[in-house]
Design a protein around this ligand. Sequence first.
Ligand code: CA
Length: 479
Amino acid sequence: MEEFNGIMMQYFEWYLDCKQNFWNDIKERAPQLAKVGINAIWLPPAYKGIGGADEVGYGTYDVYDLGEFDQKGTVKTKYGSKDEYLECIQALKKNGIEVYADVVLNHKMGADMIQTVPAVKVNWQNHNEVISDEEVVKVATKYTFPGRKHKYSDFEWNWTHFDGIDYNNANNENALFKFKNKDWEGEVDEENGNYDYLMGADLDFENPEVVEECKRWGKWYIDLTKIDGFRLDAVKHIPAYFYDDWIRYLRETTKRTLFTVGEYWSADVDKLHRYITGTKGQIALFDVPLHYNMYQASIDENYDLRNMFNKTLVQENGSEAVTFVDNHDTQPGQALQSFIEEWFKQAAYAIILLRNSGYPCIFYGDYYGIPHDNKPPVKDLDTIIQIRKQKAYGKQNEYFDDSHYVGWTREGDDSHPQSGLAVVISNSSDGEKKMFVGQKFAGQKFKDALNICPDEIIIDNEGYGIFKVKGKSASIWVL
Ligand code: CA
């Protein structure tokens, strides 16, 4: 990745008003995105969910319905039809952009029929604690997909393919039910005792029929769409051994690299290490701890900037870290809302784009803005992207040595002319930092690419410059 400084982009936000025409929009924008420097795009879940035409994509109903069948009140998904999806992927690939599919296998929603099942209630705060005698419940667990009529797969789901559900249709009771002879799975997060169960009808990955069907679907999906990799949803609720087996199988049968990043939503880096190890290093993870550090820095003026990379994945296992600023869950109004304040956004993008570790992912809502919440696009994000592409090379020198003023430099390398840079971040007032950028720059003038500081910095004979920064901002100095 580092030779060409790859960039991934999450190409959606929660409140897109795309009128079931999103795949077509992306297809048209593909050449522009390539020109900007995007190397890979993570597209939203492409299959039919319980919400039909309004479904963002995480309420999975039928993973074989990519906008092809009249199900959940619509043929197209929120984003368009199956054919439009395939054309969109083709257009992106033709422009040299890889495509990652969003995979939501933890749960299913919107069943076609109700089943009668023996179950026990468990405590929401501790899923390991049974709080009722066995009772007979009526649950939404039978999936026959009548609109699809067994095209692509004749697999029908029933309650034996699930561990539990949160609703009893017999008496309209909301409670967490675990089905008879089922156990929550291991190698998942330990929040709430055991965090196998998140929502909907929870897949039982200890059932061989489930594992086999998920593999069959994955192979079908790659063969049909020619996607290049995956973003895996909600992996902290899915056993690590399942994804080790699943992705290994798909890589072997398709003979493709299939870059894969999982969403393990935890600020605890040790849990991320554990999951990566659990998959035997088969998948990367999003650097959630770094997101939270940047979020804290943006909301707390006393944040000690020296701690920015403490207990982050990019610091401790950079080759398995996908760094990001925000996403569809952290944006305003969403479940994990922790949207980085506007004043810190440029600093945050400098942190993920201009350093020598991590695979950065740009958020659609930062690039284009979020009209639903009046959030503007991050200013000059294109400029920061260009600097990553052209100048963020060579040795990195760290100056995370002050609680309010930190920075780093890149010395540049011979294969990228004019490369090299210096970044200074302040969460206080105006300031400056003396930093080494390389003796080869002696006597040369650096300018602030974001045009926040008007000065020119002249590098001294030893290769140092005194780089300035305005209060509560980032400055990015380049030749
Ligand atoms: Ca689960």
